[in-house]
Design a protein around this ligand. Sequence first.
Ligand code: BGC
Length: 716
Amino acid sequence: MEKDIQKKIDELLSKMTLREKIGQLNQPETPTADKIEEFKDMVRKGEVGSILMSCGATAGNDAQGAINVEFYNKLQRIAVEESPNGIPILFGRDVIHGHNTVFPIPLAMTASFNEELIEKSFMDIAKEASNDSIHWTFTPMLDLARDPRWGRIIEGPGEDPYLGARVAVAAVRGLQGNNVSDKDKILACAKHYIGYGASEGGRDYHRTEITDYSLFNYYLPAFKGAVDAGALTVMSSFNDVSGQPVTSSRYYLTEILRNKLGFMGFVVSDYDAVSQLKKQGVAQDEEDCADMSLSAGLDMDMHDSVYLNNLEKSVKEKRISEDIIDTAVRRVLYVKFKKGLFDNPYCEKKEINRISHFEDALKMAEESIVLLKNDNGLLPLKKDKKVGLVGPFVHERRSLLGSWTLDGKESETRNIYEAMREKAPGKIEGITGVGLGWDSSVRCMFESDVVVLCLGESWTATGEHRAVSDISLTDDQKMLIKKAKQTGKKTVGVLFCGRPIEMQGIADNFDALILAWHGGNMCADAVANIIYGDCVPSGRMPMTAVRKATHIPLYYNVTSSGRPVNCYYGENAGDCYVDSLATPYYPFGYGLSYTEFRYSDIRCDNPQLSVDNIKNGKKFILSVDVENIGEYNSKETVQLYINDKVASMMRPIKELKGFKKILINKGEKVSVKFELGYEELGFYLSNGEYTVEPGEFSVYIGKNSLTNRSITIKII
Ligand code: BGC
């Protein structure tokens, strides 16, 4: 900890009563209108360290539901001018993928494989949020997840630890910048630590079973990325890991997070998670909950006031030493000093020109869209074609914004009908109807040159506490696909989804298929740009799209079975299930372009290095030529995977260890270089020790996780 901050914290601590100290660890929600006076009193007494700025009809929102900056400034003034030590309150809100301007859901942002754009998006997000009194957001969500039934799949980076870590770094950099005390920066919160994405069956909040070997190699890397990038807060997760609720686990919260990853900030609980320890059956009463969580290393209690109501007694009865409380308070104050709250406690709201934010949201939406299928180059469409735009999402706005959108507006979101009509005036007929509207839909399809079916899932089928057991489309939508097929017209499918849905029986019926996600304010414009070729698609799957939901979990970075049945890679795939083929429908890293890229063989000038060389920073240098041999200038995401052929523990058949997204103009050939060193070539043993072992590695460079082009390198 920096010395000057340390000194200020010491001074403050020496003046604080035990009650005020505990107040710093307390994070109530914004009060409802009838509780404001009572709440102000708490602030006056120093009992409110932070506020969870909730949404809904509370006093923190004005008539339009927007944040009432004046209200928060007033509360802050009470804290600064009337509370015993004038410690400012930290205001936190869920700004997950956009504040006023809504960007694509995080899973879609990840599909862009474009860290620069992700960082820029989070810069815009921080700028808007900080202008609305927000100091701290509960983002990025970094839960590795392999089950698309989980509603929260939309919030995270998908199934890959390496990609997750790179996205984490970009998000933290965008939110916090080089100096988080800058007025237009906000604190990041890496959540939900740890293992929440592994909930059984994708059922939210359910138990998880994670070995330490998996923990270190799969679940932790994204959090390590966030911590290394300087994330100043972490949120512990609701779930238990193999019988240990994370909320009260010293092993996860202190031994791993602090002692191993070197995290310096504070840990906040998830909503009411401290009191939920009773329900999880490890605590007798709230006193227990408070003692256990605090001792484990959980510094701030979100919402349930269990710390505030119990910790004083715990100290008096000597169950908890005041030192433990001091340690947690130090961490909270440290973050408040780093944020510059003591110098700038108030929000001075200013006009923000959001035009550039919408432009960034458009770029982000465009690059997140994945072209899944394009038979005979049906796309892009010519603007003189008569398009029958049909399906329940033709006039939809709200779902395009996605879940976890507290401050975005439908009124700032165009629907696909409007966006398409602007591109090709007079050529678009748009019909929403299914069910009662069948006749008009079918007529519209017959009268068009090309059918574009706008399908997907509602935003309410995604997000917290919204797992689904069926990741297919509704029966109505399937019927629509069937009817489109019967017309014999060329048909493009556009999927507005929060997750990769079940593809069998859906993807097969389209000539072209676009995964548009819930892409935010500019989603429809991005889709229209792609359909007409004003933008060339470049998104890649951040997780596997399964044929059937019954194949879940299906993910690319599996270890090899001893028998020849690695279905993911098509090795005797028929042996996996006797009744269905279990290869992925679309594998991790997959996505098409309108152009074509030709890859050369892989080169490596130094295919052999010693373990010592590697430990001392030497790297294998690999390169490949990628040539755009098609008709469009386009971005390509060149992906590098490794396989550690023989190791002391089983290693994945393939694991992503590098990617570069680059613009290659038509006719152009570029040489793409990668470096592989200590960070990429090792792995964690079950005890958390990182090891780089001698032996051969296959290195694959190609378009997606199924690439076969490889070269061998050797560590001696
Ligand atoms: C969610 C968190 C969120 C918190 C505050 C919880 O229910 O799990 O992701 O940040 O609520 O709204």
